[in-house]
Ligand binder design. Structure first.
Ligand SMILES: [Zn+2]
Ligand SMILES: [Zn+2]
Length: 398
């Protein structure tokens, strides 16, 4: 295994680039690159260099670059330069690991029952075009027939927002939700007023003396606040990007018609988790550390969604506000499809009970649904943590 291959694979474990966005720009993602060329050192640097100082610090380094940081940092200045990344030594690996398993080592497994994606479950009115089929190269380099789902990420079943209350006297109907340690909280005026206590941190001051809440009001303000290095003037702000700023963006999902289960799960990559039946993306976990470090909040609305400058409206939780497909048995309803084509179902069954036999990706198998996932609890900031199947791809234009 050479380093450029590992560097390429490390792209799939890169932490989200923009603060309230977890999905990266994917013109044509690395895995579908026909030449099989990995990213250059300069690309990696650009991707991971959150503070844009032209080098990668220990905190910024992800995947193999992070694991082998001290080996790669030849001059031991605590930063990786382009030159150091280019001349990185071959890593010393004792056997395969999660994101570094080569495709041939990652054995495909067939279950007795495999359920193909059912395109008729998507809400027609939410999609920009009828769903078509196209042969595409999947994440592992194999070709497969995929459904092509084009959407402008506007749900039909529920309103988007609200996110930030405007005054500390506002009730819960004026704001969205936030989460900490697995619990969901209403972001009402009281929540904003109480942030110092909530986070045991005196630097929180999201409201002015007159009780008004500091909320981003324009696209420019939202974009100044919704990025890895929150601009100084937007520290201590409630970040609210509106869907209309990005209404012309088109997201396209290529989801394999027949999902392929692999023995070893894959860390979530740039394609995110999957898509709800209304065409809205289930995104990778919100990078709450980056958000909170700047004393900003980026509340989700009651449907678990908010807007970022990259892809527009997207979900970080499945809260039961989107289309659900009821099952004939007591099993949890279905809420959408993962990028690998396996179904995503609600967190709890019809008796309100969570499943206790789920694997590391929140998945399990039964003979009705085949292998499938259950969304994490709404407060977990994690619809799914990994995928057990071969992922299709996604892109955003506009
Ligand atoms: Zn987000
Ligand atoms: Zn299940």
């Amino acid at each position: 295994m050479n380093y450029s291959k590992i560097l390429r694979q490390s792209l799939y474990v890169v932490i989200p680039l923009s603060v309230i966005c977890c999905k990266q720009e994917s013109k044509e993602n690395g895995t579908t690159n026909p030449q099989g060329q990995g990213p250059q050192a300069t690309e990696l640097l650009e991707q991971m260099d959150a503070d844009k100082d032209g080098k990668i610090s220990k905190n910024e380094a992800k995947g193999p670059l992070g694991e082998d940081f001290s080996k790669i940092d030849k001059n031991e200045d605590g930063f990786l330069s382009v030159e150091e990344i280019e001349s990185a030594p071959k890593p010393d690996r004792k056997g395969p690991r999660d994101e570094n398993i080569s495709n041939k080592d990652n054995v495909q497994k067939d279950f007795d029952v495999t359920i193909n994606v059912n395109p008729s479950l998507f809400i027609k009115e939410s999609l920009l075009e009828e769903i078509t089929k196209e042969e595409r190269t999947l994440e592992n380099g194999t070709k497969a027939m995929c459904y092509v789902i084009k959407t402008s990420s506007r749900p039909q079943e529920h309103d988007m927002g609200p996110w930030c209350p405007t005054h500390i006297n506002d009730g819960e109907d004026k704001g969205g939700i936030w989460f900490k340690e697995g619990k969901v909280y209403d972001v009402d005026g009281h929540f904003i007023a109480n942030l110092k206590e909530f986070y045991s941190d005196d630097e929180w001051a999201l409201f002015r003396e007159d009780g008004s809440v500091k909320v981003t009001k324009t696209q420019e303000e939202c974009e100044g606040a919704a990025k890895p290095n929150v601009e100084e003037e937007y520290h201590n702000y409630c970040v609210e990007c509106l869907p209309d700023y990005y209404k012309d963006k088109v997201s396209t999902y290529y989801i394999p018609v027949k999902p392929l289960y692999l023995e070893n799960p894959k860390t979530l990559g740039r394609n995110g988790i999957g898509v709800a039946f209304n065409g809205v993306n289930f995104d990778a976990p919100a990078p709450t550390h980056a958000i909170l470090a700047a004393h900003t909040l980026a509340p989700l609305d009651d449907a678990g969604g908010h807007v970022n400058p990259h892809g527009g409206y997207h979900y970080h939780a499945a809260t039961g506000k989107t289309k659900e497909v009821a099952q004939k048995d007591i099993h949890a309803p279905m809420v959408g499809y993962a990028m690998d084509g396996f179904g995503i179902y609600a967190h709890t069954d019809n008796n309100g009970k969570a499943y206790d036999d789920l694997d590391e990706c929140n998945g399990h198998y039964d003979e009705v649904r085949g292998y499938h996932y259950h969304a994490g609890d709404a407060g977990s900031n994690q619809v799914l943590g990994c995928l057990h199947g071969v992922s299709g791809s996604a892109s955003v234009e506009g």
